[in-house]
Design a protein around this ligand. Structure first.
Ligand SMILES: [Zn+2]
Length: 207
C-alpha cells in the first residue's frame, strides 16, 4: 500500500496501546520497507510473487527478533522488528486476492460492509486460488507516470500493477483491504504480547 495508508493503519490499530514515541519508531520501520532496498529482491517484505510461505516465515522471524530484543531490554530494536512485521501483514491484503476470494462468497447485493471483513478466514488462507501479484522488472518504469499506460498494456494479468489494492482509486475492494489490514495489525500485536512475559509489556509499549 502507499505510505500514507501504512501510517494510517498503524495509527488506527496501535495508537491506543503504544506511547507516541514508540508508535513513531514502529511506523518509521514499517514504511522503510518500501524504500528501494526493500523493494528489490524481497517479495517476503510485501507478500509479492505469491511468496506466502516466505512471507509468513518473515512475520515469525520479525516477531522472534522483537521478543529477543525485549529480553535484552532493547525496546527500540523490538519496535523496529514489529514495524517490519506490520508492513508485511498489511501488504498481504493489498497484494493478494484474499479480499476478492472472501467477497466471492457473497452475492453482489449482499456484500458485508468493509469493517465486517475477517482478515484470518482459515478457508481463504488455504484457498487453492490464493495468489499475489508478481513484480516484473518492467514495473519499475511506472515511476515515470507517462509510461504507466504502456507498462499496464505490456504486463500480464498476474502482475502487481493489475492486482494491487494499494490506494483508493484501485476500486471498491480497497476499503476491505484497509480494514482487513488494520484488524490484522491488531491481531499481530496481541499475538506478540501473548508470547511476551508480562513484565516486558510496558517496556515494549512505552506506556
Ligand atoms: Zn510494501
Amino acid at each position: 500500500m502507499l505510505v500514507q495508508y501504512h501510517i494510517e493503519m498503524c495509527r488506527r490499530a496501535l495508537s491506543d496501546v503504544f506511547s507516541p514515541a514508540a508508535l513513531e519508531t514502529i511506523i518509521a520501520a514499517n514504511i522503510a520497507q518500501d524504500n528501494l532496498r526493500g523493494q528489490i529482491g524481497h517479495p517476503e517484505f510485501h507478500f509479492d510473487n505469491s511468496a506466502f510461505a516466505a512471507g509468513n516465515l518473515y512475520l515469525e522471524q520479525q516477531r522472534q527478533e522483537s521478543l529477543t530484543a525485549l529480553s535484552q531490554q532493547d525496546a527500540d530494536a523490538a519496535r523496529r522488528a514489529f514495524g517490519r512485521l506490520t508492513h508485511a501483514a498489511q501488504d498481504f491484503y493489498a497484494h493478494s486476492n484474499y479480499i476478492a476470494l472472501w467477497l466471492a462468497r457473497y452475492p453482489a447485493e449482499g456484500r458485508p460492509a468493509p469493517p465486517q471483513v475477517d482478515p484470518l478466514d482459515p478457508e481463504i488462507l488455504q484457498h487453492p486460488e490464493l495468489r499475489s501479484g508478481r513484480v516484473y522488472p518492467l514495473e519499475a518504469l511506472t515511476y515515470l507516470p507517462a509510461l504507466r499506460p504502456l507498462v499496464r498494456r505490456l504486463l500480464p494479468p498476474d502482475a502487481h500493477i493489475h492486482m494491487n489494492l494499494d490506494y483508493p482509486a484501485r476500486g471498491p475492494l480497497f476499503p476491505y483491504a484497509l480494514e482487513a489490514a488494520v484488524k490484522r495489525t491488531r491481531h499481530e500485536l496481541h499475538r506478540t504480547l501473548e508470547l511476551l512475559p508480562a513484565e516486558q509489556h510496558l517496556v515494549f509499549l512505552g506506556a
